[in-house]
Design a protein. Structure first.
Length: 155
């Protein structure tokens, strides 16, 4: 399977073709994330862990999303370090993928940064105004791709 996936060659982690999971290189992770619109933000703060769905865009090699005042923003400011996950599938090739970005989340508060973020194609799906922008600067990016079991006759 590793030779048939084009650029961003990957490494199979098991021997059976229907079982093979591929570890993705970083450029492939960014390429796949660019095709997703929604991800999950995980934040550990005040002795608890919260996960928030957010729509996002990539800006170079960083993740940008909008938020409003509230729990998510408070926890981001308190914690700083976050994990962000996006996933998707390639139905033609019967493959699914998952990418995790671990890094530092920063509330954009300089005018130049805010203007740059406002120019990105990022709209909130909810009707709630989300006037704050957050950028995740990656420290580690990992991903994997694997066959979709249910499409191969499995339960």
């Amino acid at each position: 399977m590793a030779g048939s996936n084009g650029p961003g060659s990957t490494q199979p982690t098991s021997t059976g073709p229907a079982e093979a999971m591929e570890i993705l290189d970083e450029p492939t992770c960014w390429e796949l994330m660019a095709s997703a619109e929604v991800g999950r933000l995980a934040v550990a703060a005040a002795g608890d862990i919260d996960i928030f769905p957010v729509n996002f865009v990539l800006d170079g090699r960083s993740v940008v999303f909008r938020t409003a005042e509230g729990t998510k923003l408070v926890e981001l400011v308190m914690a700083g370090r976050v994990a962000f996950e996006a996933d998707g599938s390639d139905t033609e090739r019967e493959l699914a993928w998952s990418v995790v970005v671990k890094g530092d989340a920063r509330l954009l508060d300089h005018f130049d940064d805010i203007y740059r973020a406002q120019a990105l194609p990022l709209e909130s799906w909810s009707g709630t105004p989300k006037e704050r922008f957050v950028r995740i600067e990656p420290i580690r990016v990992t991903g994997r791709r694997f066959p979709i079991a249910s499409r191969r006759g499995r339960a």
